[in-house]
Write a protein that binds this ligand. Structure first.
Ligand code: ADP
Length: 312
């Protein structure tokens, strides 16, 4: 780092305090701020220079995520908006007296308007969850009751897609500290995704496993569809990340579902793992902390994949 060395040399040769920012590109991109200042030698021999090194990586990363997010959200809203504006123009002009075209255009306009409102609902959901990210949920929720209720609620969608949802539940309840509506949203998203993207498999398994020994309760959602390639897995919970944009649009996706899931699970101190083999479907597993878990040990058990998910 030549800038760093020259700043040090200037300070060592009697210059005033200096600050330098620098970045490392390998193995991963990291940013730092270094500040040098001479210390009074007092009655010791020689001089001393203090170096204060700040790691700016997280700060830079979150600035970049925020900027990307605003750009992505605007782009996602602009597309249906442009389409609406185009149809309004056509209806006011060339298609003014064309009844048949008007009906067709109005249908498309309705679809685009619904897409915008879905997007806004998801954006609001995300910001509501982010606002309470550091407040631990206080309620007690039975995961089996949530899954059972969702089975009924999602039956029309599953039926429409020709998918059979099979539940495996323990004999007793599986209680976790949590917010019922938020956890319902998590499993609704995962089961819906499994039905939509795993439709070709015709079957989705939802299993609740009760807590045992030092392991908390878990819920897994498995489909038998095309699966997800390895390189996509760490990025799935990023906002607006979609493996196949057309498939997501076809299923009325916004690309925010798994980002919302990740934020809710972080607030619940729960972990999600994604296992998939190409052609053999995907399995999303949510593991809740054990009631007796010591936070440090839970952290030690984190896999590399979890950490990559958590930092996305
Ligand atoms: P979307 O609104 O697009 O469904 P999500 O955040 O819920 O957004 O999911 C992000 C992407 O992850 C989806 O667009 C899809 O490409 C992929 N995905 C999610 N679940 C599955 C699954 N069970 N099988 C295959 N791909 C999936």
């Amino acid at each position: 780092m030549p800038d760093l060395i020259s700043a040090f040399d200037r300070v060592a040769n009697g210059g005033g305090p200096e600050g330098v920012e620098f970045a490392e590109r390998v193995p991963t991109e990291r940013w730092f701020a270094a500040r040098f200042a001479r210390l009074a030698a007092g009655n010791r021999q020689g001089g001393f220079i203090a170096l204060l090194l700040d790691d700016l990586t997280e700060q830079r990363r979150s600035e970049r995520i925020r900027v990307d997010f605003i750009a992505n959200a605007s782009h996602e809203l602009r597309t249906p908006l442009a389409s609406l504006a185009g149809f309004i123009d056509t209806l006011q002009g060339p298609a003014r007296n064309d009844t048949e075209a008007r009906e067709r255009f109005l249908d498309i306009m309705e679809e685009q308007a619904t897409r915008m409102s879905r997007l806004i609902d998801d954006l609001l959901s995300l910001s509501r969850i982010e606002m309470k990210a550091h407040v631990r949920p206080s309620g007690q929720v039975d995961l089996c009751a949530i899954v059972r209720q969702l089975g009924d609620g999602l039956e029309p969608l599953a039926g429409e897609l020709g998918v059979k949802v099979v539940q495996t539940l323990p004999s007793g309840p599986a209680i976790v500290a949590g917010d019922r509506d938020e956890l319902t949203q998590v499993f609704e998203n995962l089961i819906e995704n499994a039905c939509k993207y795993g439709q070709s498999g015709g079957r989705v398994d939802v299993s609740v496993v009760a807590a045992h020994d030092r392991t908390g309760p878990s819920v897994s959602v498995r489909d038998y569809g095309p699966g997800i390639r390895d390189e996509h897995i760490p990025r799935l919970t990023e906002r607006f990340y979609r493996v196949d944009v057309d498939a997501s649009r076809k299923h009325r996706g916004t690309g925010l579902g798994l980002a919302i899931v990740k934020h809710i699970l972080t607030r619940h101190d729960a972990r999600m793992t994604i296992d998939s083999e190409r052609g053999a479907g995907a399995k999303f597993t949510v593991l809740f902390p054990s009631a007796s878990a010591v936070p440090e040990s839970a952290e030690d058990e984190n896999t590399e994949k979890d950490q990559r998910l958590a930092s996305s």
